[in-house]
Design a binder for this molecule. Structure first.
Ligand code: E4P
Length: 251
């Protein structure tokens, strides 16, 4: 871990300095929202993925023991894996503490935005365990999560959109509140993202992290003009190569 100072911004970089993917950018983090380790390996190989979020539905779809999934992700090199806990206050606390002990600093314990979930958030945060408060659908919930010491709040953009009000506006509202109230500890993790456009907008409106399905991540590279431009450049380069060959052969 080391500190960088630039234009009065303190940037805390927690990365392996020997990794070829070491980055000094500690904003615009991209997490993959899946428990499919094969797909995650492909994403991780790009060097652009900063973490993973899972939930009981995604674990169910994987058909695997969640702890084997978490271990595989950590062995891959991922440094931030959200692991959701369920049940009552005692059950969530005990399970969260156990997971944090087992997986150390790589574990982020995910709790729902309920009185029990936020009580657990407060207790775990006091022990310096990272907590992601999930199922956030309103600014008031994000206020409570920040007060409970959450490392992340997860507003569900897509599910808000499904219910006829603006998911991205929710990101903007939370960001405005956190900025005005100088909340530095809690990062806005835009979740339930369904398309590439929402990724750009979520960051524009103040999200620190976007967790996205792998299919949306793949589409972030794509633009029809990139494809057309590349096809033309490849064609012209073939032309250059044959001309250079003729010149060099003096023909
Ligand atoms: C967040 O952490 C959740 O896992 C996720 O983003 C939910 O997305 P969905 O609404 O597409 O299920």
């Amino acid at each position: 871990m080391y500190l960088l100072c630039s234009n009065a911004h303190l940037l805390l970089v927690h990365r392996n300095p020997t990794s070829p993917f070491t980055s000094i950018i500690n904003s615009m983090k991209i997490f993959l929202d899946t428990a499919d380790t094969q797909v995650i390996q492909n994403g991780y190989n790009t060097g652009l993925i900063d973490g993973i979020t899972t939930n009981p539905t995604l674990i169910m779809k994987s058909g695997r023991d969640p702890e084997n999934v978490y271990q595989e992700l950590i062995d891959m090199g991922l440094e931030d894996v959200s692991m959701e806990v369920v049940g009552n206050r005692k059950e969530m606390y005990e399970e969260g503490s156990r997971l944090a002990k087992k997986f150390g600093e790589y574990a982020t314990i995910k709790v729902p935005c309920t009185p029990d979930g936020l009580a657990v958030c407060k207790e775990l945060s006091k022990k310096l365990i990272k907590v992601n408060v999930t199922l956030i659908f309103s600014p008031s919930q994000a206020i409570l999560a920040a007060k409970a010491g959450a490392k992340y709040v997860s507003p569900f953009v897509g599910r808000v959109d499904d219910n006829s009000f603006g998911g991205l506006c929710l990101i903007k509202d939370i960001s405005n509140i956190y900025t005005k109230q100088q909340v530095f500890k809690t990062e806005i993790l835009a979740a339930s993202i369904r398309n590439v456009r929402d990724v750009g907008r979520a960051f524009e409106y103040g999200a620190h992290v976007c967790t996205i399905p792998p299919s949306v991540f793949d589409k972030m590279y794509k633009h029809v003009l990139t494809d057309a431009g590349l096809a033309q450049f490849d064609k012209d380069w073939e032309n250059v190569k044959s001309k250079v060959q003729s010149l060099r052969e003096g023909t």
